[in-house]
Design a protein around this ligand. Structure first.
Ligand SMILES: *Cc1c(COP(=O)(O)O)cnc(C)c1O
Length: 231
């Protein structure tokens, strides 16, 4: 079941790339396994999936310890009392939104690990509940991250409001891409060319707008309990 779902999602990604005149190898699949058991992650790994996303730290740590060869992405909001565990266990974070959290993640990143890959979450819809940084504050946070040797700035992440239809989402995703393109590049320091956007019901729209990471839960692992839906 999970392996078939994965194949279907991979096919959707390839079709979306063909329609958008993009290379499928430029779009990475992040399988969002939050609330799902270790066995489900193991099945997806057997089917060739490598990257997994979690947003509940306590749920995630046993999975990471059981499956250390996967690459793990923290996709939720990052509270400052969680930075030590997040920096110790994950390979990437997608919800970075403040200098204070960046400084703490950098300080807590273990020396024997590669720099933690960070996506800055941008709040494009001015929603107070979702977290994320105001677009005006972006250049200062990027500059700050570039001074931190244990973090690598990857790019931007955003989450459109659920009420948005596909057309509004497309505009939202394109705005995120333009924000990334406007940031000063520093190729000596990092690539900073990644866009984490698109989920189960809008991955085609996201890929057409430039996504390089799609974060897919439901379409791979099935529906979550109501509790698991809260972000
Ligand atoms: C849960 C979650 C996803 C996956 O959503 P689906 O609709 O199940 O594909 C993606 N991104 C974030 C930040 C999430 O919390």
């Amino acid at each position: 079941m999970i392996s078939e779902n994965l194949k279907q999602v991979q096919t959707r990604i390839i079709d979306a790339c063909l329609n958008a005149n993009r290379l499928p190898s430029d779009v990475n699949l992040l399988a969002v396994s939050k609330t799902k058991p270790i066995e489900d992650v193991a099945r997806a790994m057997e089917a060739g999936q490598c990257h997994f996303g979690e947003n509940y730290l306590q749920d995630a740590i046993p999975k990471i310890q059981a499956l250390p060869h996967a690459r793990w992405h923290f996709i939720g909001q990052i509270q400052s009392n969680k930075t030590r565990d997040i920096a110790a266990h994950f390979d990437f974070v997608h919800g970075l939104a403040s200098e204070k959290i960046a400084t703490r993640l950098n300080a807590h990143r273990p020396e024997d690990k590669a720099p933690l890959g960070v996506f800055i979450q941008v709040n494009l819809a001015s929603e107070t509940s979702k977290g994320g940084l105001a677009p005006e504050a972006l250049p200062a946070l990027v500059d700050h991250i570039r001074t931190l040797s244990r973090l690598e700035f990857m790019g931007l992440m955003a989450l459109p409001p659920q009420s948005f239809g596909q057309r509004a989402r497309r505009d939202f995703f394109i705005t995120l891409r333009q924000l990334l393109e406007q940031l000063p590049a520093d190729p000596e320091i990092d690539r900073a060319n990644q866009l984490s956007m698109g989920m189960s019901d809008d991955l085609e729209t996201a890929i057409a707008s430039g996504a390089t990471w799609v974060r897919i839960g439901t379409a791979i692992f099935g529906a979550r309990s109501k509790n698991g839906e809260t972000l």
